[in-house]
Design a protein around this ligand. Structure first.
Ligand SMILES: [Zn+2]
Length: 307
């Protein structure tokens, strides 16, 4: 299970969303059979998008985050709902690159130069769409820039995925600190000081998991909160709000894939029927295969012709 703990500081200056997503990212790795750098990129995007999804107001609100670049990974996309469901994929799950100059998995290099688009579907007639140029393609700083440029909001975002020697996910997590409209200067100063000394989020997850000794994510998140915010001045210490779940879930169905077939057009569909006599569609999020036999395809074609 993957979880998020949300809290607000006593002065009402900032809100924090802290996540442990080791299980969620490992699940995505197994589904997409990702290389280490692809696991890191997809895992950071899934964690960031999942956290951003929890900020949506209504249960049916939906958020899609798309990182697109000229690098070998091409694209990483994730979708999250306000209720904590999240899914995603990377266009090239087998991307392989040498470590970067800091000795880290080169997620930025895998994406290259490109842009980040955030689509918020809030049930209005038009979704809200914001696009910015990628800062470094390392995901956290790109999302921070998105909030600053597109939503005029100050945030601090950290995301991390640590890969084990067998290529499975050893630790994954993330944190978004969101400054609130009447934030006190003292809170900003205290946060800056804290963030400057903060170890990587995967170190925080690993250390807390060790100390929690099998007592679960709630305990892990409590220990992380203590370590991150424990030394803040009294007025800016945090108080807990909610403990939530982030869950990998794909909502694909035969009906939805049938909708996709209906959009490819009459000519293409009759070509498929003639040449292949069947079609197999793979959900790009969960890799589930859907088989459409000839009779089914002919019924879909007939219904297109009726329109
Ligand atoms: Zn699916």
């Amino acid at each position: 299970m993957s979880n998020v703990y949300t809290a607000i500081d006593k002065s009402g200056s900032y809100r924090v969303y802290l996540a442990v997503t080791t299980d969620l990212v490992e699940e995505a790795r197994v589904i997409h059979d990702t290389s280490p750098v692809a696991t890191a990129g997809l895992g950071r995007v899934l964690t960031g998008t999942g956290l951003m999804g929890l900020m949506l107001k209504n249960q049916s609100d939906k958020l899609t985050v798309i990182f697109k670049g000229d690098g070998p990974a091409k694209q990483i996309l994730a979708t999250a709902f306000a209720d904590g469901r999240v899914k995603g994929y990377i266009a090239n799950p087998y991307v392989d690159l040498p470590l970067n100059e800091c000795g880290k998995l080169n997620v930025g290099g895998s994406l290259g130069i490109g842009d980040l688009t955030v689509i918020k579907d809030l049930g209005l007639r038009e979704p809200y769409v914001g696009t910015i140029a990628l800062v470094d393609g390392e995901i956290a700083d790109d999302l921070t820039a998105y909030y600053y440029i597109s939503e005029q909001q100050n945030t601090a975002i950290s995301l991390g995925v640590k890969i084990d020697t067998d290529c499975s996910v050893k630790a994954a997590g993330g944190m978004i600190i969101q400054m609130l409209p009447d934030a006190e200067d003292g809170a900003v100063d205290a946060l800056e000081k804290m963030l400057a000394e903060l170890p990587p989020v995967t170190t925080l997850v690993e250390d807390a998991a060790k100390a929690a000794d099998g007592r679960g994510n709630e305990q892990i998140l409590m220990l992380m909160m203590d370590r991150i915010f424990g030394a803040m001045p009294e007025a800016y210490k945090t108080e807990g709000l909610e403990y939530r779940e982030l869950k990998w879930e794909c909502d694909c169905s035969e009906d939805r894939l049938e909708q996709v077939l209906m959009t490819i057009g009459e000519k293409e569909l009759s070509d498929i029927i003639e040449e292949d006599g069947q079609a197999e569609l793979v959900c790009q999020f969960c890799c589930k295969k859907y088989h459409f036999d000839k009779g089914r395809l002919e019924r879909i074609l007939a219904s297109i012709r009726q329109v």
